[in-house]
Ligand binder design. Structure first.
Ligand SMILES: [Zn+2]
Length: 101
């Protein structure tokens, strides 16, 4: 769990701590998104006919569950969610283009 480096509350990080935490945790979120896309492609290869789902409804819930453990801060959570999703979309597009999962 990330603490505010300057002593700010970890569920209400200041801008500096938010940026630094994103440097630490952004890669974790991205690698989870990458791995998630791979795992979906292995389990449900038929889904590769479609684009990665938009970040809403059930897909948003599943995505949120994959980064919820990383932070108590709402702004950081939103950024990590975006990072996870962007990595999943990027990987999904590679898989749709024919790369092996
Ligand atoms: Zn701070």
């Amino acid at each position: 769990m990330v603490q505010g480096i300057c002593g700010c509350p970890r569920d209400n990080l200041c801008d500096d701590c938010l940026a630094r935490s994103m440097e630490w945790l952004g890669g974790t979120a991205a690698s989870r998104g990458y791995g998630w896309a791979n795992s979906v492609a292995r389990r449900r290869p038929g889904l590769l006919a479609r684009p990665w789902p938009a970040l809403e409804g059930r897909a948003a819930e599943l995505s949120a569950a994959k980064v919820i453990d990383l932070t108590d801060d709402r702004r950081l959570f939103a950024r990590l969610l975006e990072r996870l999703n962007a990595a999943a979309v990027r990987r999904w597009d590679q898989l749709r283009a024919g790369e092996e999962p």
